[in-house]
Design a protein around this ligand. Structure first.
Ligand SMILES: [Zn+2]
Length: 129
């Protein structure tokens, strides 16, 4: 979930964690848990959907490249296919290497367009332990 900062910049302000579904090599989102997290987020942000809204999906690739897999690309393209009202979505894939190095990729998915890599900027306070 994120905040629209304007000028095509977004801040990740919250996220849901599903520690039950999926495996180390296959991501599956629990839709009911995700819907609950999103509803709680909208309550906290006063249902200000123009400023605070769903931004996209994230998961880890603990054992391989943070580049989106073909399955990831298809899942995200299905998400923005127009049937669910999602016009665009980001996919963040993260990995922790050697127990301390945060590695991530972020791609923007828009209906009818190829995925576009976008910059992910870590805010200084996010780097504190
Ligand atoms: Zn993946």
């Amino acid at each position: 979930m994120g905040e629209d900062l304007g000028d095509q910049r977004f801040r990740i302000v919250d996220f849901s964690v599903d520690a039950v579904s999926g495996t180390r090599s296959n991501f599956v989102r629990n839709a009911a848990q995700h819907d609950q997290a999103l509803a709680a987020f909208f309550d906290r942000t006063g249902a200000d959907y123009e400023r605070f809204n769903y931004l996209g999906e994230w998961h880890t690739h603990p054992s391989f490249s943070v580049h989106p897999s073909l399955q990831d690309v298809h899942a995200m393209q299905d998400l923005v296919d127009g049937s669910g009202g999602v016009r665009f979505a980001f996919l963040l894939i993260a990995r922790l290497r050697w127990h301390w190095w945060f590695e991530a990729s972020t791609h923007l998915f828009v209906q009818g367009h190829v995925p576009t890599p976008v910059d992910l900027i870590l805010e200084p306070d996010m780097l504190e332990p």
